[in-house]
Design a protein around this ligand. Structure first.
Ligand code: SF4
Length: 284
């Protein structure tokens, strides 16, 4: 049986993107190909906040004891090697069993599944067919992968997902790729982060949109440049802008400005409801 290293598995309200407000199970896999240490920092600078936490790692007993950060990646514990022991390697059966326990009626009804990370489309994609074919998952109707848009789907997985669109199997599932490409404000290099061919591949098997995390006019100009590259490659889906801010004091500084930028561009605005509702605590 396949196993997946799980950083978090929890039930909450989806705070971002297409399914904002929908009750959702979040399966957060461990591992990422980026570090995004530039978020919330002056351009070109990298956060040192994470180094302090890494140096104190032995003070923390479990994942939810770890502090929230105001700069850099707000889900750092889902990929940094110093915290890997907080993320158990679980069998598909164990993941499904826990999922059923946290659903309010212990079965899928109107809830949506979010497979997130870290970067969920790294090697774990090989295990998802077994997870999604599990008998207890048959009533799941809506699934989103939250990805940074850099990982191609392997042939086998792409064929598997393509069957849903072609109704080759009896499942009637809506598949969404919520792609959050990392702009220069993340600290990642453009050529590593903006990979239009990957997003066009996702679009061939599921509903796909772009969601850019931004704060300034300079970030907006980067988002425009990226959208042009995606459009030139054949991407046709919608574009969202979402404010930087894993903690409320940062989020509330720029959410209105980002909403106004979205209106100006004719793009969509995505809130990050988990920040005002739940202070972005682990498990929300
Ligand atoms: S891609 Fe996402 S999970 Fe990975 S480091 Fe960046 S913000 Fe964090």
């Amino acid at each position: 049986m396949s196993k997946i290293k799980i950083a978090e598995l929890f039930y909450s309200i989806q705070g971002e993107g297409r399914y904002m407000g929908v009750p959702s199970v979040f399966l957060r896999t461990f591992g990422c190909n980026f570090t995004c240490s530039g978020f919330g920092m002056p351009r070109g600078e990298k956060t040192k906040e994470l180094n302090d936490i890494v140096n104190r790692v032995h003070y923390f007993k479990e994942y939810k004891d770890l502090p929230l950060v105001s700069t850099g990646c707000d889900s750092y514990a889902s990929w940094h090697p110093s915290f890997k022991d907080f993320s158990p390697l679980l069998t598909v059966d164990a993941i499904v069993e826990r999922t059923m326990q946290i659903l309010p009626h212990n079965e899928w009804q109107d809830e949506h599944l979010v497979i997130t990370g870290g970067e969920p489309l790294l090697g774990w994609q090989r295990s998802y067919p077994e997870l999604l074919n599990h008998p207890s998952m048959q009533n799941l109707k809506e699934l989103t992968f939250e990805t940074n848009g850099t990982q191609m789907l392997g042939n086998e997985f792409k064929t598997y997902l393509g069957q849903w669109q072609n109704q080759g199997i009896s499942l009637d599932r809506e598949l969404t790729f919520s792609v959050s490409p990392k702009l220069p404000c993340s600290g990642e290099a453009w050529e590593d982060a903006i990979v239009p061919s990957v997003v066009v591949q996702y679009q061939s098997v599921g509903y796909t949109y772009l969601k850019f995390v931004i704060a300034t006019e300079e970030d907006l100009a980067d988002a425009e440049r990226a959208v042009n590259e995606y459009r030139s490659a054949g991407f046709t889906g919608p574009v969202y802008l979402m404010p930087v801010g894993g903690v409320e004091c940062v989020y509330s500084l720029n959410n209105r400005a980002v909403a106004e930028m979205a209106m100006r561009k004719g793009w969509r605005y995505s809130d990050r409801l988990q920040v005002p509702l739940f202070k972005n605590e682990w498990g929300t």
